[in-house]
Design a binder for this molecule. Structure first.
Ligand code: C2E
Ligand code: CA
Ligand code: CA
Length: 693
């Protein structure tokens, strides 16, 4: 487009450029140029400076504001080649200038050059637009500061996003940062500028709407040689979402999803943080290892979702113990005790800044007590207890693995001492742990070497005092340690599954023995009872084995009885019911053992195919002392009778108990007063002498 009020000047330019193959539009005034501009979208404008009404400067300024006009090459045609006019031309936004009279010989070449630079500028504009777009999407911004002149620039479509205003100076870079982070950010960038380092600072800003964002400001110092300006250039990035994802990942890696407590990884991490401090300051650290007693039963009886809920409630309990206790002084960061869940029903506590063992005792008491209170679960009350082991740094170890191991050993000791209690680690316990470990292997050998034997404890008729049967009770005759009672090795065998071998052995041994006595005429109308226990018993196999063994030994099913606790039957309820019913139908007696303890429910008496109920010895032993127990005992007997069950009272130790039971509708009696469990030889003697009577 040629803009000139002089017709002949326009014609000359047109002629020249059309000859070169360009298409030319003419405008005779500034206003006409503006009007034609939209319609024709020229690629280049040659603009005369001196025109009536609107001169070239005003026209250029106006053109620049039109859509597509910003980067269009506009060449001013000046009459005079004075610097004043040239400056004015550039101020008005001209791309270049050419003086009159125009040298028509080279106009074509120059036009080509202007067009090319125009195209490049346009491309630059497009690519800058793309850059802004990309920056917006990536939530990126760019800034630079000339370190010599101090000139500061930001290249960002939306500087507000980074807490900046478009026209800010270097100071504005820090204005939006929250006060806690500001000095640190400023110092780091200042240092980088001074020393020529790279920098990378993360800080928080508060946006106008009050929301907080996290910004990563990263960059380097460039240039500095004689030909280049020294610049600090930085990239701003909104990493809030990234940070949130990172926090989430951190949470997943360091916290227990179920309870929100710390997990094993965080527990260790926390130890490595507090340990140097404790060592330097000669402080003690306590590791408490908590294990819920019989938690498996809750899972087995109420289901896993309920088990999960219980764990959440337990976690809350633990948290409250710490919230309401001032026994441990809080350090400045407020984290003096870390509670973590490290396994299914295992929790640990890392308590720092301990000065006396009394503090820990008190804490342990509080925890045991807190977990002892019934838990409310879906309107049902659950009674739970926990066993707790404690180890102390530095006495019981100076690395976390040793401390944990020792706390764990102490926890087992607490369990051995009747659960629902706590125990400090004593180094002697290590031996106990070792023994527990070796027991597994030794038990296997013991069974093969005949060190496992059965003792027999007689049962007597409450009506006439006659011996009516025996209960086989297992013993381990260790050549070195002497007689080991079942409580010391069966729990371990139950844990590692060896109990199933033991069960099979007892069936075989008891049936064989009983049939021998029958054959010798010593066991007429008497019954042999055995105990069966273990986790997840396969009742199909068990019952098949009993039936086969009875057949093989020839013992009459009527002379055989199996004693099981509710816990054992409940682990596989449906199969237990079905298979035990088969056993009962062929004449074998089925006794529910230790009734009245733990998970006893009267409904079980109807649920399981029973013939006999053995009242736990604790009831018998409380006869004289607790009225409440006495009436409960009487009602248990009453209900057992209504289900047509025979009732056995175990643990009769005194004459008082014996006479009290004599009054009751109880069929059989068993206890130290009448006979302790005795060896096979002793029992045979007794059976023989009974025969003589
Ligand atoms: P349990 O089935 O309740 O057996 C009765 C326990 O009470 C026996 O202990 C017996 O010696 C003891 N006892 C008998 N009369 C009295 C008394 O008057 N006072 C007191 N305080 N205790 C009395 P033992 O033999 O140490 O057996 C303990 C438990 O080990 C048994 O309890 C049973 O659960 C288990 N057990 C024993 N033998 C076997 C076995 O062969 N297989 C299986 N799976 N478990 C067995
Ligand atoms: Ca028993
Ligand atoms: Ca019992």
């Amino acid at each position: 487009m040629v803009v000139d009020d002089d017709f002949s000047a326009r014609l000359q330019v047109r002629f020249t450029l059309e000859n070169e193959g360009y298409e030319v539009v003419e405008a005779a005034s500034g206003q006409e140029a503006l009007d034609l501009f939209m319609e024709n979208q020229p690629d280049l404008i040659l603009l005369d400076v001196i025109m009536p009404d609107m001169d070239g400067f005003a026209t250029c300024r106006a053109l620049r504001t039109l859509p597509g006009g910003a980067h269009l090459p506009v060449v001013m045609v000046t009459g005079l080649e004075d610097t004043e006019t040239i400056n004015q031309a550039f101020d008005a936004g001209a791309t270049d200038f050419v003086s009159k009279p125009i040298n028509m010989l080279i106009l074509g070449y120059r036009a080509r050059y202007w067009l090319r630079s125009g195209a490049i500028l346009r491309e630059l504009e497009i690519s800058q637009g793309r850059l802004f777009k990309a920056q917006d999407i990536a939530r990126l911004g760019h800034w630079q500061r000339d370190l010599d002149t101090g000139i500061f620039e930001i290249t960002s479509h939306t500087p507000e996003m980074f807490g900046l205003s478009r026209s800010g100076d270097f100071e504005a870079l820090f204005a939006g940062i929250v006060s806690e982070d500001r000095d640190r950010a400023r110092d780091q960038i200042d240092d980088a500028c001074r020393l020529g380092h790279d920098f990378s600072v993360t800080y928080r800003i508060v946006l106008e709407d009050g929301s907080e964002r996290i910004i990563l400001n990263q960059g380097e110092i460039v240039g500095g040689d004689p030909h280049q300006r020294r610049l600090a250039v930085g990239i701003l990035q909104d990493i809030t979402a990234l940070k949130q994802a990172e926090d989430k990942i951190h949470y997943l890696a360091f916290y227990d999803n179920l309870t929100g407590l710390a997990n094993r990884a965080l527990f260790r991490e926390h130890w490595s943080k507090i340990f140097p401090h404790a060592r330097r300051n000669g402080k003690k650290v306590a590791v408490l290892f908590i294990d819920l007693d019989h938690f498996k039963r809750i899972n087995d009886t109420l289901g896993h979702p309920a088990g999960d809920k219980v764990l959440i409630l337990v976690a809350d309990r633990l948290k409250t113990v710490f919230r309401h206790s001032d026994i441990i002084s809080r350090s400045s960061d407020g984290s003096s005790a870390l509670i973590s869940r490290v396994g299914g029903d295992e929790f640990t506590i890392l308590a720092t800044d301990i000065t006396t063992s009394n503090q820990v005792t008190f804490l342990a008491e509080r925890i045991v007590e807190a977990l002892n209170q019934p838990l409310q679960l879906d309107g049902q009350l659950i009674n739970l207890t926990a066993s707790l082991g404690i180890s102390i740094y530095p006495e019981d170890g100076d690395d976390i693995d040793t401390l944990l191991k020792n706390a764990d050993t102490a926890m087992y000791e607490a369990k051995d001492n009747g659960r629902n209690s706590f125990q400090f680690f004593q180094s002697a316990m290590n031996d106990a742990a070792m023994e527990r470990f070796h027991l597994g292997n030794r038990l296997r050998d013991a069974l093969e070497n005949g060190e496992i034997v059965l003792y027999y404890q007689p049962l007597f008729s409450n009506a006439n005092g006659k011996l009516t049967g025996v209960e086989a009770l297992i013993r381990w005759l260790d050549p070195e340690k002497g007689l080991i009672p079942p409580d010391k090795f069966l729990p371990f065998a139950e844990e590692n599954g060896f109990i199933h071998k033991i069960n099979d052995w007892v069936i075989q041994e008891a049936c064989t023995q009983a049939q021998k006595w029958v054959a010798a005429g010593l066991f007429t109308d008497c019954r042999m009872s055995i105990n069966i226990s273990g986790n997840r018993i396969n009742f199909k196999l068990l019952v098949a084995n009993i039936i086969a063994t009875l057949a093989q030994t020839g013992l009459a099913p009527e002379q055989f009885e199996v004693e099981l606790t509710e816990r054992v039957m409940m682990e596989n309820t449906d199969e237990a019911i079905k298979m035990l019913a088969q056993l009962r139908d062929i004449g074998v007696s089925i006794a529910i053992d230790d009734f009245g303890t733990g998970y006893s429910a009267l409904s079980h008496l109807q649920l399981f195919p029973l013939t006999t109920l053995k009242i736990d010895k604790s009831f018998v032993q409380n006869i004289a002392t607790a009225d409440k127990d006495l009436s409960l005992l009487l009602s248990i007997i009453g209900i057992a009778k209504s289900f047509d069950l025979k009732v056995v009272a175990e643990g009769v130790e005194t004459e008082g108990q014996l006479s009290a039971l004599g009054e009751m509708d109880c069929d059989y009696l068993q206890g130290y007063l009448l006979s302790r469990p005795i060896t096979r030889e002793k029992l045979e003697e007794r059976l023989r002498s009974d025969l003589v009577d």
